[in-house]
Design a protein around this ligand. Structure first.
Ligand code: SME
Length: 164
């Protein structure tokens, strides 16, 4: 019972912080159209809002390649540079166009271990103004099961508002 109460309290705190940072991001980016600047700002502001975030950033669809992602603006330790659609968690988000919520990365077939400390992650597809996939947004945590539906709802909302 106490545990369920704590979970609810934490979820409410988390949702409140997401709502605040969503407004802060919109305000900082007001009038800025450069995509790299927008992605760098989103990665920085979200990474600095939650201590569960260990690696935070974008893998961008590479127009010069066939179904391949290339690393974009991020915060964290060295990330791998390229990920084919369908490979690992980022590749699954790119291939399906759907958010991947992964409580245990070691149980995810084909997970790419850029940093062995990653335990759980969420990857959200990012669509541009024409509805086309432009990137995926990847957040890794060094804690197991760090992300839930609250993270999914707010990240999808922030990314849609910022890039859609
Ligand atoms: N975890 C990702 C790889 C990217 S890094 O962790 C920065 C994946 O399996 O898609």
């Amino acid at each position: 019972m106490a545990e369920a109460f704590n979970d609810l309290t934490l979820s409410a705190d988390k949702a409140t912080r997401y709502a605040e940072v969503a407004e802060e991001i919109a305000s900082v980016l007001d009038g800025e159209s450069n995509l790299t600047a927008r992605m760098a700002t989103v990665a920085s502001m979200l990474a600095n809002s939650f201590d569960t975030y260990f690696w935070t950033g974008f893998y961008v669809v590479d127009p010069a390649k066939d179904r391949e992602l290339v690393v974009g603006p991020y915060q964290g330790t060295l990330g791998c540079l390229r990920i084919a659609f369908g490979r690992g968690v980022c590749g699954a988000a790119a291939a399906t166009g759907e958010t991947q919520l992964v409580p245990d990365v070691h149980a995810f077939p084909g997970h790419i271990a850029c940093d062995g400390r990653s335990q759980s992650e969420i990857v959200v597809p990012v669509f541009g103004t024409d509805g086309e996939l432009i990137a995926v947004f990847d957040v890794d945590s060094d804690r197991p099961a760090a992300f839930d539906e609250v993270d999914q709802l707010w990240l999808e909302r922030i990314l849609k508002t910022t890039f859609g």
